[in-house]
Design a protein around this ligand. Structure first.
Ligand code: GAR
Length: 208
């Protein structure tokens, strides 16, 4: 059984999707053993506690720079014996010391079809604001491995979602979550835990 550590910063609906998938037996070969939040008041922490999952708060505000914060997260991941680290609405940048310690063992869910609307400054609602500003007719979500390049790691799964006339960023965000993020994140986690993901030359192959 692989230890899955989930990193969060906010409401935690993606964490909830993972918990629901776990409780209905859809995550094979892994178990969420700890949720780590960068914010002490993140509602995601309540979601974890309700389901008996251990929590830790490693508050970004208490560290003066990215390097010391990354070291604190890395120590926690090692203590928790993480096999897989999932960024589920984790809004804090970690440096390469963490990424290098967990190559192809950290994944992130991003609310757009990478390489569109991604990279530095594209997070949360801002992604949907930009998609609407550009007038794209299709958007979606991506789950990818985390590398040193922000939103640039190998793509594991993607799902497209239609933009509809009258969409606000909030409405579009909700549709992308419901139709894409909450589906592909648990799927990607299960594929990893079943040893079905192989990365060659920056491309992810899914084994049968
Ligand atoms: C989600 O839409 C997630 O894809 C996005 O933040 C939201 C968190 O919601 N993440 C990013 O933008 C990362 N670049 P949640 O806390 O309810 O899961």
């Amino acid at each position: 059984m692989k230890n899955i550590i989930v990193l969060v910063s906010g409401g935690g609906t993606n964490l909830q999707a993972l918990i629901d998938a776990q409780e209905s037996g859809k995550i094979r070969g892994g178990k969420i053993t700890c949720v780590i939040s960068s914010k002490p008041d993140a509602y995601a922490l309540e979601r974890a506690k309700k389901h008996g999952i251990a929590t830790r708060v490693i508050s970004r505000k208490e560290y003066c720079d990215v390097s010391s914060y990354s070291k604190a997260i890395l120590d926690a991941l090692n203590e928790e014996k993480a096999d897989l680290v999932v960024y589920a609405g984790f809004m804090t940048i970690l440096d390469e010391q963490v990424v290098k310690a967990y190559p192809n063992r950290m994944m992130n869910v991003h609310p757009a079809l990478i390489p569109s609307f991604c990279g530095k400054g594209y997070y949360g609602l801002r992604v949907h604001e930009e998609a609407l500003r550009k007038g794209v007719k299709l958007t979606g979500a991506t789950v990818h491995f985390v590398t040193e390049v922000c939103d640039g790691g190998p793509i594991i799964l993607q799902k497209a979602v239609e933009v509809q006339s009258g969409d606000t960023p909030e409405i579009l965000q909700k549709r992308v979550m419901e139709q894409a993020e909450w589906k592909i994140l648990p799927q990607a986690v299960s594929l990893f835990c079943e040893d079905k993901l192989e990365v060659r030359d920056e491309i992810v192959y899914i084994k049968n």
